[in-house]
Structure formats: structure tokens, C-alpha cells
Design a protein around this ligand. Structure first.
Ligand code: ADP
Length: 211
């Protein structure tokens, strides 16, 4: 009763997020696993805010901002942009959008340090990561999908097989561990990323609806 009263009148809140139940997801998986496609459908269904660090970097690069120029040299080689740049950019985006139903993080975190920074950020907002869902897709399928996407994406990093292979290596060496990091917290799960867009979407919503 008291909690209900507090909620109704916003009493005892020290930030706009206190007492607000949000659902915060990490959509995880290798490059080309379909995260962007599925995130757009999840936004339609649940009204979450989709935050893709890849999209944020492409926006900065498209506008030739100092951040964009700095990120470009790494992205063009298929390397990770340093955490110092990436974490700051992500924090700004989250802090600028506190009043949402939840966040879908896509392409972030990609390192353990990014995971720790994300957890701290969530904690500062009285929030947590509710679920990490990995889309599982084999390397050879990924390469052919990205090369296909490269025909129309205009992304330099999608057109060269050696850059794509480097992105996959970076994923296997640095990013995969993020799955285990959240698995230890009991929130990681994995779904098959092969099938039609709708089939994969249903697999994702089945997991999300259990949160
Ligand atoms: P994909 O998952 O298809 O490789 P993204 O659009 O998520 O592509 O990211 C494109 C590139 O942007 C990455 O290869 C990397 O260079 C950079 N990038 C995106 N997110 C991060 C991140 N969290 N940390 C470091 N670099 C990142």
C-alpha cells in the first residue's frame, strides 16, 4: 500500500527512474547476426529505445564530428573503437533519454570493461540489465550475409572479406566473453539466429515475455 502510494505521488524519488519498471535488454551476437533487423521489430512491439553503438558511430562519421573522425580509423579496419570513446558516447545517449520503457543495447557492450561500465550506468539510474539474448549464427553464414548487405549498405567495413573476418575474430576474442559475464549473473540466453525474420522474432519475444 505504501509503495503504491509513493509510486502514485512520486514520493521518495531521487531520479525520474525510481520505482519505474523498465526492461533493459542486450541484443547480442556476431556482426551480421540480424541484431539491427530484430531490434527494429522489438521497438515496434514493446516501445523500447534502441541504442546501437554502430549506428551512433555512423551518424558521427556522417557528420564528420571529431568523435566520428576518431572512430573512423578503427571501424575501417574492423577493429573496436577504444572503450574510452565508446563508453562516453553510450552514456550520453542513455542519460539524454531517461524516460523510456526500456533500452535495447545493440553492439554494446563488446568488452568486459564496457559491461562493467554499463552495469554502473544502470545502477546509477536504479536499473539493471534484465536479459542478454544472443543470436547464434555460424561464421560462414555471417560472411555471406554481410557481403550481401555490403552491396547496398554503403558501409566500407561490409565490402571487404578480410575486414569482415577481422570483425568476426574480434568478436570471438573480445566480445564473446560478455555472454559469460552476464551468464554468471544468470541473465544470458541464446536463440537460433537462422530462419525467417519472423521465426527469429518469435524466439526473441518468447524470451522477453518471461522477463
Ligand atoms: P556489426 O555488428 O555489423 O559489425 P556495428 O554496426 O554494430 O556492426 O558496428 C560497426 C563497427 O563500429 C564495429 O566493427 C566497431 O568498429 C565499432 N563499434 C560498434 N560498437 C562498438 C563498441 N561497443 N565498442 C567498440 N567499437 C564498436
Amino acid at each position: 500500500m505504501i509503495e503504491w502510494f509513493k509510486r502514485l505521488f512520486g514520493i521518495g524519488t531521487n531520479s525520474t527512474n525510481s520505482y519505474k519498471k523498465m526492461v533493459n535488454l542486450i541484443l547480442f551476437g556476431p556482426p551480421g547476426s540480424g541484431k539491427g533487423t530484430q531490434a527494429a521489430k522489438l521497438v515496434d512491439k514493446y516501445g523500447f529505445l534502441h541504442i546501437s553503438t554502430g549506428d551512433l558511430f555512423r551518424y558521427e562519421m556522417g557528420n564528420d564530428t571529431p568523435l566520428g573522425l576518431e572512430a573512423k580509423s578503427f571501424i575501417e579496419k574492423g577493429e573496436l573503437v577504444p572503450d574510452s570513446i565508446t563508453i562516453g558516447m553510450l552514456k550520453n545517449k542513455v542519460q539524454a533519454n531517461p524516460d523510456v520503457k526500456g533500452y535495447i543495447f545493440d553492439g554494446f557492450p563488446r568488452t568486459i570493461d564496457q559491461s562493467k561500465a554499463l552495469d554502473q550506468l544502470m545502477e546509477s539510474l536504479d536499473q539493471k540489465i534484465d536479459k542478454l539474448i544472443a543470436l547464434s549464427v555460424k561464421d560462414e553464414e555471417i560472411i555471406s550475409r554481410i557481403l550481401e548487405r555490403g552491396k547496398t549498405s554503403g558501409r566500407a567495413d561490409d565490402n571487404d572479406e578480410s575486414i569482415i573476418r577481422n570483425r568476426i575474430n574480434v568478436y570471438n576474442e573480445n566480445t564473446r566473453q560478455v555472454y559469460d559475464y552476464y551468464d554468471k549473473k544468470g541473465v544470458s540466453s541464446s536463440v537460433d539466429g537462422l530462419g525467417t525474420i519472423d521465426e527469429i522474432f518469435t524466439r526473441l519475444t518468447d524470451v522477453i515475455d518471461q522477463v
